[in-house]
Design a protein around this ligand. Structure first.
Ligand SMILES: Cc1cc2nc3c(=O)[nH]c(=O)nc-3n(C[C@H](O)[C@H](O)[C@H](O)COP(=O)(O)OP(=O)(O)OC[C@H]3O[C@@H](n4cnc5c(N)ncnc54)[C@H](O)[C@@H]3O)c2cc1C
Length: 462
């Protein structure tokens, strides 16, 4: 059979799907490549569209020597070393390839605290979606919007089509291979509840793109016997301003003050690590453990003298502000006596030298050992009015549980690839315990590209 009569369908127009479709089309084999997305054109792009897309690279052509080790440590050594070694190996060439599509990379300033080196596409996720879509169209990819993938059609063990709902019309598109890039299941309340327990179904999505990621691709592959992988009890979540209606209004200054619940009680070590090391569990604890699923970062005027503090606040709503803690408590609806007691206890343990305070690193300025829960860094008394507060809720960015894939992005069933089926990005498992910082877009690009190239080789050989 000539290649020209073969069809490859990519599901999802995020970083993974775009990289896959573009790489496949650029392979120039004559295979017809179609990318379907369930969203309308002006909303498609999933989480990628809303993501700043920081990528954990020392430079466009370099990963840190400790990359694979860091990935395994983040997954508490449950991750697949071959997967992360493949990611590290292909990352530089993939980033150069992305750059060649008209995307400029910069070395961004991050929030406040430092951490691993990162690069960022200029213009973030929106620029990624725009430029890669242009490049893919130029390379001949056909785009279909409002087109929800429902199931993979097969004869014997050979893929023959993709069942879709295209703007209300059910049809089967011919397909000889399929690449699934349709994200996790954060947009499906019932699945969230199934995996994370009560309250997960009402967890806020950090950005509008997440609502389309309802685990469809995971189910479609599992209906074919695909194995699951990754931590089904894991998700990436961050604290956001409860009052903001914007996308990702994160408030990441909480390490420099304290966080209390509605009763005015602290419930975790706000200085337990750099902000990207504590945000996930803080956000989860708010959602699942605090009364009313809300908490409050309490700070004083010294926040305003931290150089660049605004970088760590992406809410458009100013903090509640008052000259006394009692007034602040009334403004935010927190028990005033509880807050007064908590702040007094905390302040009494802040006996370290405030001159040691350094917001950009773990400064070792810890509260006295009698404080429970402890505060391991940035422990300065909250004593200089005006006092400030941000009401915070946990918001989910993406889920970890997904499909098992190998280093060639092939979807696995009982340890062997399902012929013609590939997956990349958030839909794949591989993350456990906590999200490795700034790796989700990078892996979507790398394994998306691998999937595109592999699918074409498969079609050429079959
Ligand atoms: C606010 C925010 C900030 C982030 N910051 C970073 C960061 O700095 N660095 C980083 O690495 N990661 C970050 N992430 C995570 C990262 O952006 C995503 O995990 C990544 O972009 C996912 O890419 P993807 O292609 O796998 O999925 P998505 O980009 O989510 O794309 C999935 C696509 O599949 C489509 N789809 C779903 N179901 C179907 C179906 N049945 N049929 C057809 N189409 C379907 C959706 O409409 C969507 O367009 C952030 C995420 C958010 C939301």
């Amino acid at each position: 059979m000539g290649n020209s009569s073969k069809n490859l369908i990519v599901v999802g127009q995020g970083a993974a799907g775009l990289a896959a479709a573009l790489a496949a089309a650029q392979a120039g084999s004559g295979v017809h490549v179609t990318l379907v997305d369930k969203a309308a054109e002006d909303e498609a792009g999933g989480n990628t569209r809303w993501s700043p897309s920081y990528m954990r690279m020392a430079a466009v052509d370099k990963v840190e020597p400790s990359f694979v080790h860091d990935m395994l440590a983040a997954t508490k050594y449950q991750g697949d070393e071959t997967y992360f070694a493949t990611l590290a190996h292909h990352a530089p060439a993939t980033c150069k390839w992305i750059a060649a599509q008209g995307i400029e990379f910069i070395q961004p300033t991050y929030y406040l605290a430092k951490g691993p080196p990162r690069i960022q596409p200029l213009g973030g996720g929106p620029a990624v979606v725009k430029q890669l879509t242009l490049a893919a169209k130029k390379a001949g990819v056909e785009f279909r919007y409002g087109c929800t993938a429902l199931a993979i059609a097969r004869e014997d063990d050979r893929i023959t089509g993709l069942e879709i709902d295209g703007n209300g019309k059910h049809e089967t598109l011919p397909a000889d291979a399929v690449i699934l890039c349709s994200g996790g299941f954060e947009g499906d309340g019932a699945k969230m509840r199934e995996h994370f327990g009560e309250g997960a179904e009402v967890m806020r999505l950090i950005s509008p793109g997440g609502k389309f990621n309802t685990g469809d691709g995971i189910k479609m592959a599992m209906d074919l016997g695909a194995e699951g992988s990754g931590d089904w009890g894991g998700m990436h979540a961050e604290p956001v301003d409860a009052r903001s209606k914007n996308s990702a209004p994160v408030v990441l200054v909480y390490p420099y003050g304290i966080v209390v619940d509605k009763n005015g009680q602290r419930f975790f070590d706000e200085g337990g690590g750099l902000v990207h090391e504590t945000w996930e569990w803080f956000a989860r604890d708010m959602q699942f453990k605090t009364p009313g699923r809300i908490a409050f970062a309490i700070l004083d005027s010294r926040l305003l003298s931290i150089e660049g503090y605004e970088r760590a606040i992406r809410s458009e709503v100013p903090p509640a502000r008052a000259d006394t803690l009692a007034e602040l408590a009334t403004l935010i609806g927190v028990d005033a006596e509880g807050l007064a007691r908590t702040v007094a206890t905390y302040n009494a343990t802040c006996t370290g030298d405030p001159a040691k305070f350094d917001a950009t690193r773990c400064d070792g300025l810890k509260a006295g050992a009698q404080l429970a829960p402890p505060k391991s860094n940035w422990a300065r008394a909250i004593s200089e009015p005006p006092f400030l507060a941000y009401p915070l809720v946990g918001a989910v960015a993406y889920t970890f549980g997904g499909l098992a894939t190998d280093e060639r992005a092939r979807v696995l069933r009982a340890g062997s690839p399902i012929p013609g089926l590939y997956a990349a990005g958030e839909i794949t498992g591989h993350f456990y315990a906590t999200a490795p910082n700034a790796v989700s877009v990078l892996r979507a690009f790398v394994f998306g590209r691998i999937a595109g190239v592999e699918a074409i080789s498969f079609l050429q050989a079959s």
